[in-house]
Design a protein. Sequence first.
Length: 283
Amino acid sequence: MPELPEVEVLVRHLRPLIRNKTIRGVRVLRDRVLGATTAVKLRRTLLGARFVSVSRRGKYLCFQLRTPRDRRPVKLIGHLGMTGRMYLSRRHDPPAKHTAVILDLGRTNFVFEDTRYFGRLTLDDQMVARLGPEPLSEVFSTNYLVAALARSSQAIKVKLLDQRLVAGIGNIYASEALFRAGISPRLPARELNLSQMRGLRRAIREVLREAIRFGSTVPLNHGTAGRDSLFYFGRAADAPDYYEERLRVYDREGRPCGRCGANIRRILQAARSTFYCPRCQSR
């Protein structure tokens, strides 16, 4: 599932492409992705609206639009789910098989495509309002972590996936951050000492910033013919030559740790795979 860095890269990619574009038509091919918003309401709200900006909140894309009818800006919330893709295509290109929503922008279409339809493109922003602080913000401090984890008996890896604790971290970067901080994924959150809290905060911010920096060099060719199958940072058989694997433990089960040489292990936590080094992250 795309996490904070992947969504941030996509936001930066889309921002200049859609800015000041006016929505001339709305086609909903899969109502499921609209969540609590009806297709009728989406069309009525977006028709004639102009894209002002797009930003990120956690794993969500937050599109801001102006309409001829409303003084207040309209918010359109996007979530990629597990397999969602958002891109611009030429107006007369036939829609891909799993296209869910098409916004006519004139010469181009904004396309939301989702193979499994777990993603969202909706006017309902309640889920965004419930998110915890951004991990790259100053609000996400060591003091905040100490207070937030003080009473939690959950394993720290599981706790990091709680979007109310911190927004945008998922399975990949939770594993990566814990490895960098040298913390066992099984350690109960409330048992982390102050030094570990500081190290974890630092590791989270480092791994996310590095992923954003690297991801910004990957072209997102989702809307072109013969598009690549590289989904952000996942290795694909036909990945470009310049692609270099940056993940240190995630999806590396049985391969040697780059720090100590021990074999990376995989365990299940809350029905999700956790990858870690048993030596570097010993309890």
